[in-house]
Design a protein around this ligand. Structure first.
Ligand SMILES: *[C@@H]1O[C@H](CO)[C@@H](O)[C@H](O)[C@H]1NC(C)=O
Ligand SMILES: *[C@@H]1O[C@H](CO)[C@@H](O)[C@H](O)[C@H]1NC(C)=O
Ligand SMILES: *[C@@H]1O[C@H](CO)[C@@H](O)[C@H](O)[C@H]1NC(C)=O
Ligand SMILES: *[C@@H]1O[C@H](CO)[C@@H](O)[C@H](O)[C@H]1NC(C)=O
Length: 369
C-alpha cells in the first residue's frame, strides 16, 4: 500500500507551460493555403485551369508565385496537396525552360528533379507540370514537360509570415532508471509543431520533463561480497559500519606487504586500518570465524616505511593514540605491521615487509556502487 500511494504521488519536477497554438495549417498563410514548416512557406493547389502565364498571374495576385519543389520533402508535400484537389488533372508548378535551360520562376537553377521516365521530351513543351495522380504508376505524380499554353491546374506558393514555434506532443516516458527502489524517468517533446520560422518565437517551456518512478520491486540488501565479487571466498567478508573487511584465506597465496597492498588496491580498497578497539575486536572475531584452526599473522595497513618510528595508516593518516603494539616489539628493519597470531590477533607485531603472510583488505560499503 505504501508503494501504491507513493506511486500516485509522482513528482513532476519540471512543469512546463504547454501553450496552445493554432494548427500548422493556417499559420501565417493566406486563405486556402497550407503551411510546410520544412520551407517556411504556404502552398495552395488551384482546381481552376490556367495557362502557365495565367497561373503565374493568379499566384502573383495572392502576393506569391508558382510553387517550386526544390527537394523531395517539398515535392512530396505538393503531390499530396494537388491530389487532395484533383487526381485526374495536370498541375503546373514554377519551372520552365522558356529562357533556355530549366529554371525555377524565381530564376533559381534546377537542383532537384523528379521527371517521369523519358521526360522531359518534346522540345516545344517548355513548362513543367505534375502528371495526374490516377495515371499509370510509371507516370503518376512525376514531372512532365507540357505546352505552356495548355490550361491545367496549378500550385502557388507564398512566403509565410512569422511562425511561432509550437510544441509537439510529449513522447513516451523513458524506462525507469532503476529496476528496484526509486528512480526517475523522463519524456521529451520538440518545438516542431510547427518549428519556428521567419523570425517566429521559440517555444516557451522545457523540452524534457522528469518524474519519480517506482518499479515496485524493493532492492535486495547487498552484502559486501556482492559489492566486491572479485574477492573470494565470500564468507571471509565482514562488515563493520560502512566498511567491508575481507581476509585472505589460509590457502591463498601469501604475499609480502607491498604485494598485499597492491592486491587490496586492485579491488578498490586498502590494507585494513584499525583505529579503535571496536574495529580491533570486530577483526579479531572475523578472523576467528573465517580461519581454520591454524593461526597466522595477517598484514594490516600500518608501516613506518617513510620515517623510522613514525607509523602511518594506509589511508594516509598518522597513527593516533590507539596503538596495540606488543610490548618490547623489535623494531629494527621491521617496518610493516601484522596482527599477531600468538595474542589471538589482539596485538600488533612489527614484521619485515618482505615476509609473506595473509592479509586483510578494507573497502567502502557503498550500495550505490
Ligand atoms: C497582397 O499585398 C497587398 C499589399 O500589401 C495587399 O493589399 C493584398 O491584400 C495582398 N493580397 C493577398 C491576397 O494577400
Ligand atoms: C522521395 O520521396 C519518396 C516518397 O516518399 C520516396 O519513396 C523516395 O525514396 C524519396 N527519395 C529520396 C531520394 O529521398
Ligand atoms: C545557375 O547556373 C548557371 C549556369 O550553369 C551558373 O552560371 C549560375 O552561377 C548558377 N546560379 C546559381 C545561383 O547557382
Ligand atoms: C562471528 O560468528 C558469530 C556466530 O556466527 C557471529 O554472531 C558474529 O557476528 C561473527 N562475527 C564476525 C565479525 O564475522
Amino acid at each position: 500500500m505504501m508503494m501504491q500511494s507513493w506511486w500516485l504521488h509522482t513528482l513532476v519536477l519540471l512543469l512546463s507551460s504547454t501553450s496552445c497554438r493554432t494548427t500548422a495549417q493556417s499559420i501565417g498563410c493566406p486563405y486556402g493555403y497550407s503551411y510546410l514548416s520544412h520551407t517556411g512557406r504556404c502552398y495552395r493547389a488551384y482546381d481552376r485551369e490556367n495557362t502557365y502565364d495565367e497561373a503565374l498571374a493568379t499566384c502573383q495576385a495572392d502576393n506569391g508565385t508558382l510553387a517550386m519543389p526544390r527537394d523531395n520533402t517539398t515535392n512530396n508535400f505538393l503531390v499530396a496537396l494537388k491530389n487532395a484537389v484533383s487526381t485526374n488533372k495536370f498541375f503546373y508548378f514554377g519551372l520552365d525552360r522558356r529562357d533556355g535551360p530549366w529554371n525555377y520562376v524565381d530564376g533559381g537553377n534546377l537542383s532537384y528533379t523528379d521527371w517521369a521516365e523519358g521526360e522531359p521530351n518534346f522540345i516545344s513543351e517548355d513548362c513543367a507540370e505534375y502528371f495526374p495522380g490516377i495515371w499509370p504508376h510509371r507516370l503518376r505524380n512525376y514531372w512532365n514537360n507540357g505546352l505552356c499554353s495548355r490550361k491545367v491546374g496549378f500550385i502557388c506558393e507564398f512566403e509565410a509570415g512569422a511562425v511561432d514555434g509550437g510544441w509537439s506532443d510529449w513522447g513516451p516516458w523513458s524506462a525507469c532508471s532503476v529496476t528496484c527502489g526509486v528512480g526517475e524517468q523522463t519524456r521529451d517533446r520538440t518545438c516542431t509543431n510547427p518549428a519556428p520560422s521567419n523570425d517566429g518565437a521559440d517555444c516557451d517551456g522545457h523540452v524534457q520533463e522528469t518524474q519519480a518512478c517506482d518499479p515496485t520491486v524493493p532492492c535486495p540488501a547487498l552484502d559486501c561480497s556482492d559489492l566486491y565479487p572479485g574477492l573470494r571466498p565470500a564468507r571471509n567478508f565482514g562488515r563493520y559500519q560502512n566498511q567491508c573487511f575481507w581476509s585472505s584465506a589460509r590457502s591463498n597465496l601469501r604475499l609480502n606487504y607491498r604485494e598485499a597492498q597492491r592486491e587490496c588496491e586492485s579491488h578498490g580498497g586498502i590494507l585494513a586500518t584499525i583505529k579503535n578497539a571496536r574495529v580491533q575486536t570486530f577483526i579479531k572475531d572475523l578472523l576467528k570465524n573465517t580461519t581454520g584452526r591454524t593461526k597466522r599473522n595477517y598484514w594490516i595497513g600500518l608501516d613506518d616505511l617513510n620515517r623510522e618510528r613514525v607509523f602511518q595508516w594506509n589511508d594516509g593518516t598518522r597513527l593516533g593514540r590507539y596503538r596495540k603494539f606488543r610490548s618490547n616489539a623489535p623494531h629494527k628493519r621491521r617496518d610493516c605491521v601484522a596482527l599477531w597470531r600468538a595474542a589471538n590477533w589482539r596485538l600488533w607485531f612489527p614484521s619485515k615487509c618482505k615476509d609473506r603472510m595473509p592479509y586483510i583488505c578494507q573497502m567502502d560499503y557503498n550500495v550505490n556502487k
